[in-house]
Design a protein around this ligand. Structure first.
Ligand SMILES: *Cc1c(COP(=O)(O)O)cnc(C)c1O
Length: 398
């Protein structure tokens, strides 16, 4: 089918929940994708921080092929080898002792919310309030939506799950004032993604953890977007060395395959017992084999090193553009999640980049977001900034 035939089918049969760009991507390899009419694009979105190793990484493809030939699905009534192995690998490389698997980011956050409730219920403490941040994003299901501190996602879906309080991100004072003996947990993205790539000040996570501990509350990190190497460390919290009690993962965990995970310390995880929570597809052989392949590749192939180096190089190139174009307000980020805040709307810039063969996206109305694969090269970054600067230089922009 051609782009236009696929677009026509979509608009006729698929529920209208996305405003999509007018192309259909049908193939990908590394940092390149191709649309149904054969046009090539340089991809700086990576399926929104999902394809951290680029598209169709050979190790992930092989793991999927091998596993698909052996066993695609089996119930969690039985033990599942790649699930157990992936759990071990995650535990060995994080603060956590145990892992619960599900299928998406929102589901991982739902699991975290339920675990927190169960934990305090077993302790006989009446604590259910969870403090989250303004401009946060935690997903679209009811618990995750209530956790998301942005009205625009919640409007029309009230009444929401109760007992969430929002405080400004990166504001320790506001947090201290909000935390009390009714607080069950503080939930935070170590760097906010959808909220505009907001990087907190050094010491923020430490202050947050101290406030939680003082009140006897738990800390949940949502690393669904910034985990799995995106910031140049396997997990973003490692930059500050402050571990949470619970952490949620999804996007980049299985090299492009749907997966979610909720990790916790033994002390907290033990609140879940058989029957507490479940997921039919959670931790299935296909997704967890892909997860093993992807996580091993992130850990072994110099990927994190490349992410740090390429991240600095990309940030430098974007800073250079800021000197040329007065409507660029700020460049911020860590590793290979970088936002460029503009004083003008970003939608047209994203559209113009697309027509020149470059995929980027825009969060909020005015922040361009760059999420290339962690394996991106210097040449590809130069190619990207070349296209972007041409687009920014369009006289209509001023
Ligand atoms: C994408 C995202 C989610 C939601 O993940 P889904 O898989 O879309 O449910 C939650 N939290 C953060 C930080 C995210 O970036």
């Amino acid at each position: 089918m051609s782009n236009s035939e696929i677009i026509e089918l979509t608009s006729r049969y698929v529920m209208n929940t996305y405003s999509r760009f007018p192309i259909a991507i049908i193939r990908g390899e590394g940092r390149r994708v191709w649309d149904a009419d054969g046009r090539e694009y340089l991809d700086f979105t990576s399926g929104l921080a999902v394809c951290n190793l680029g598209h169709c990484h050979p190790a992930v493809v092989k793991a999927l092929k091998d596993q698909a030939e052996r066993l695609i699905h089996i119930s969690n009534l039985y033990h599942i080898e790649p699930q157990a192995e992936l759990a071990r690998l995650l535990v060995e490389h994080s603060f956590a002792d145990r892992v619960f698997f599900c299928n998406s980011g929102a589901e991982a956050n739902e699991a975290a919310i339920k675990l927190v409730r169960k934990y305090f219920s077993l302790k006989g403490e009446e604590r259910s309030r969870i403090i989250t941040m303004e401009k946060s994003f935690h997903g679209r299901t009811f618990g995750a939506l209530a956790a998301t501190g942005q009205k625009k996602f919640q409007a029309g879906f009230e009444p929401l799950l109760e007992k969430f309080t929002y405080v400004p991100f990166n504001d320790i004072e506001a947090l201290r004032n909000a935390v009390n003996e009714k607080t069950a947990a503080i939930m935070v993205e170590p760097i906010q993604g959808e909220g505009g790539v907001n990087v907190p000040s050094k010491g923020y996570l430490r202050g947050l953890k101290e406030a939680a501990e003082k009140a006897g509350a738990l800390v949940i990190y949502d690393e669904i977007q910034v985990g799995l190497g995106r910031t140049g460390k396997l997990f973003a919290y490692e930059h500050e060395g402050v571990a949470p009690d619970i952490m949620t993962l999804a996007k980049g965990l299985a090299g492009g395959v749907a997966i979610g995970a909720m990790l916790a310390t033994d002390a907290v995880a033990s609140a879940f017992t058989p029957g507490s929570h479940a997921s039919t597809f959670g931790g299935n052989p296909l997704a967890t084999s892909a997860g093993m392949a992807a996580l091993n590749a992130i850990l072994k192939e110099g990927v994190l090193d490349n992410c740090r180096k390429s991240g600095e190089y990309l940030a430098g190139r974007l800073e250079a553009l800021k000197k040329t174009f007065s409507f660029i307000k700020e460049v911020r980020g860590k590793g290979l999640i970088i936002g460029m805040e503009l004083e003008v709307p970003g939608a047209d810039i994203v559209k113009d980049c697309l027509s020149k063969g470059l995929l980027i996206n825009c969060v909020g109305d005015k922040t361009l977001r760059f999420l290339p694969a962690l394996t991106v090269t210097k040449e590809e970054i130069d190619e990207m900034t070349g296209i972007l600067s041409e687009v920014l230089a369009n006289p209509a922009r001023k």
